[in-house]
Design a binder for this molecule. Structure first.
Ligand code: SF4
Length: 225
């Protein structure tokens, strides 16, 4: 019985991935504008609790003003706070960016490291940011759990967890490695276009047959609950 439900979940996961590939393609895209690894690192730190669109507006001027890791490491805290103010949580973000760039300069020879332990040792860098770098810069299979991935993976029934790190580990078990990076890109698109919070547009969704949340609601309606 357990084996049957495991293989049913694997089959359903495959159907979900096939449909995501069909509708959103398999091209790797990064929604945060950047020209190199350290710019992506800073953009990702800024993206916490902020839209990618807002971050892209801010970094357009920011990366003109601060053109290197050294420039950020030597930045004046109050001035940097004002430069990034519109991304929110700017006191912490500015402090972390300066500390992070000092470590990049002093401990990593001015390079953004590749290993997750090194990345997460940097100020302001958690597993999500580290996985963004590993996936986009180093093309290491990585599952990035952002707000869309956490919310929609739960709806689809691919995880029951709430904690992002637990979601990441669970998704690594159910998704084939060649979809670890893609899944995040595709789910962000689904979250922006169809499976919006707080009200998903299920009537427009191509995953209704596979979505655990949709099927649960449908059964409840048909039972007259
Ligand atoms: S069916 Fe509805 S809840 Fe499920 S993924 Fe699609 S939009 Fe989201």
């Amino acid at each position: 019985m357990a084996r049957a439900s495991k293989s049913a979940k694997a089959e359903r996961t495959k159907e979900i991935l096939d449909l995501l590939d069909l509708h959103y393609g398999t091209e790797y895209v990064c929604y945060l504008h950047h020209e190199n690894a350290w710019q992506l690192l800073i953009a990702t730190i800024l993206s916490a609790q902020c839209t990618d669109a807002r971050v892209n507006i801010v970094t357009e001027d920011l990366f003109q003003k601060y053109q290197s890791i050294d420039d950020f490491a030597e930045a004046d805290l109050k001035e940097l706070e004002q430069d990034i103010r519109s991304t929110g949580f700017y006191h912490n973000k500015a402090k972390n960016i300066i500390a992070c760039c000092k470590d990049l300069r002093d401990k990593f020879g001015g390079e953004v490291p590749r290993e997750i332990e090194d990345l997460t040792s940097l100020a302001g860098v958690g597993r999500k940011t580290a996985n963004v770098i590993r996936g986009n810069i180093y093309h290491e299979p990585s599952v990035v759990v952002d707000t869309h991935v956490k919310r929609i993976s739960k709806k689809l029934g691919l995880t029951k967890e709430d904690d992002p790190v637990k979601v990441e580990y669970e998704l690594m078990k159910v998704l084939p490695k060649d979809h670890w990076i893609l899944y995040n890109i595709q789910i962000i698109t689904l979250g922006r276009q169809i499976c919006k919070a707080p009200t998903p547009r299920c009537e427009e969704c191509f995953l209704t047959a596979q979505c655990a949340d949709y099927q649960k609601r449908r059964k409840a309606v048909s039972k007259g609950k």
